[in-house]
Ligand binder design. Structure first.
Ligand SMILES: C[S@@+](CC[C@H](N)C(=O)[O-])C[C@H]1O[C@@H](n2cnc3c(N)ncnc32)[C@H](O)[C@@H]1O
Length: 353
C-alpha cells in the first residue's frame, strides 16, 4: 500500500507546527481491521458508523432501501488527478456525465423521501453534475465556495471557487437555518435615533452581526499543514464546510452517507455533531486516515471556525477566544477550543480560520 503524499504542500520534514495526520504501519493494521468489506446485502445496523472499503459501483446494490437523510457527494472532478494508488482521468464532458449517472441512479433507492443531496464540483464538472442529478432530484440551490487558494494562470482567470449543488428528494426537507448563521464583523455600526445598535451587538472583542447564510461561502479555508484536521489527501474538504451542510440539512441522530469518503471529513463531522454516518472509499490508506480521525473525535469535538453555535469569518481567532472566555459555560462541543486557542495565540494566529 502506497502511503500517499500527493501534490498537497506538506513540508518534507514534519515540524512542530505541521499537524498533518499520517499513519504508521501499525496504525494501518489496527484501523484497517475496523473497515467493512461487504459480500452480501447489508442492514442499516450493519452500516451504522462504519467505513466501507470498496468500490462504490461494486457495493451499491448491497445497500438497504431508504436509510439516508443526507447524502454528501464529493466525487473525483473531471480532471486528471492522483488519489494515492489510483488516477482518475479527465474524459469528454458527456462521458463524465455518464460516469456520474452510472452510480447516481443506484443511490436514489437508498434515500429517504425527505432527504437532501449535496454534490461538489469545479466549474468544468458542474454542468454535468447538474444534468445528471436533476433527472432524479429537485434542484434547490447552487452554493459557490470561494476556495481562496489557487494557482495563478497567465492566460485565464485563477480558479478559486467550487460549486456545491443542493438537491432534495421531495419538496419536504430539513433546513435548520438558525443553526448555520454567520457571525460577521460590523463595518458600519449604525444606530437608531435612540442610539441603539441596528441589528448588531457590541462585544468586548468588537461589533458583530449574526447574519443569514447565503449561497456564497467566503469564510472557509482549505485544510493545510498547520491545521490539526489536515491529512495527505489531495482534495480533502474542510470540516467547517461539512459542518454547515450537516447542521442545515440534518438533525441529531439522522443518517449521513458519503459514497466518496476520501480522508473521512463527512464521517468525522457527522460524529462531532451527533449524526450517524457511513462512507465508502476505494483506497485503504484513506479509509485508515478516516478511522484515525474518527478515533480522535472522542477526545476533541471542536470544529475550526465554528464555535458558540455560529460560524465565524476567516481571521477572527482573537474574537473567538475572547467570546469563548466571556461565555460562562461554553457548549460542550466547543470546550477544547479554548485550550487550542491558547496555544494558537502564541504562534500561528493567522493560520486559524
Ligand atoms: C474528491 S475525493 C473526496 C474527498 C473527501 N471529501 C475528503 O474530505 O477527504 C474523492 C474520493 O473518491 C475515491 N474514489 C474514487 N473512485 C471511487 C469508487 N469507485 N468507489 C469509492 N471511492 C472512490 C477516491 O479515492 C477519493 O478519495
Amino acid at each position: 500500500m502506497k502511503l500517499g503524499h500527493d501534490k498537497k504542500q506538506i513540508p518534507a520534514k514534519k515540524t512542530n507546527r505541521n499537524k498533518t495526520l499520517t499513519l504508521t504501519k501499525l496504525e494501518i493494521k489496527k484501523f484497517s481491521s475496523r473497515l467493512l468489506i461487504p459480500t452480501a446485502n447489508l442492514s442499516v445496523q450493519d452500516l451504522e458508523n462504519k467505513i466501507i472499503h470498496d468500490d462504490l459501483l461494486e457495493i451499491s446494490d448491497y445497500l438497504p432501501n431508504q436509510f439516508v437523510d443526507l447524502l454528501f457527494i464529493d466525487p473525483p472532478y473531471n480532471i486528471t488527478k492522483n488519489f494515492n494508488e489510483r488516477t482518475f482521468r479527465e474524459r469528454k464532458h458527456e462521458d463524465y456525465e455518464s460516469w456520474l449517472d452510472n452510480w447516481l441512479k443506484k443511490l436514489v433507492r437508498i434515500l429517504k423521501p425527505n432527504s437532501s443531496i449535496y454534490i461538489c464540483g469545479d466549474w468544468k464538472s458542474s454542468s454535468a453534475i447538474f444534468n445528471a442529478a436533476r433527472k432524479y432530484f429537485i434542484p434547490q440551490n447552487r452554493i459557490t465556495w470561494e476556495r481562496e487558494k489557487g494557482r495563478g494562470a497567465k492566460s485565464n482567470w485563477k480558479n478559486c471557487s467550487e460549486d456545491i449543488w443542493f438537491f432534495t428528494k421531495s419538496k419536504n426537507f430539513t433546513f435548520n437555518v438558525d443553526d448555520v448563521k454567520l457571525k460577521r464583523k460590523v463595518i458600519a455600526p449604525y444606530r437608531d435615533e435612540k442610539g441603539t445598535p441596528k441589528d448588531w451587538e457590541k462585544h468586548e472583542s468588537g461589533n458583530f452581526r449574526i447574519t443569514h447564510p447565503s449561497n456564497v461561502w467566503t469564510d472557509i479555508t482549505i485544510p493545510f499543514w498547520s491545521m490539526p484536521e489536515n491529512t495527505a489527501h489531495p482534495t480533502q474538504k474542510p470540516e467547517k464546510l461539512l459542518a454547515k451542510i450537516i447542521l442545515a440539512s440534518s438533525n441529531k441522530g439522522d443518517f449521513v452517507f458519503d459514497p466518496f469518503l476520501g480522508s473521512g471529513t463527512t464521517a468525522v463531522v457527522a460524529k462531532k455533531l451527533e449524526r450517524k454516518y457511513c462512507g465508502v472509499e476505494i483506497d485503504e490508506y484513506y479509509c485508515c486516515l478516516a478511522e484515525k480521525r474518527l478515533a480522535a473525535v472522542d477526545k476533541d469535538k471542536s470544529i475550526q471556525g465554528y464555535s458558540g453555535g455560529v460560524f465565524w469569518e476567516r481571521n477572527t481567532l482573537s474574537e473567538q477566544v475572547s467570546s469563548a472566555r466571556s461565555q460562562k459555560s461554553p457548549p460542550k462541543a466547543d470546550q477544547p477550543l479554548a485550550e487550542k486557542v491558547k496555544s494558537k495565540l502564541t504562534g500561528d494566529l493567522f493560520l486559524f480560520p
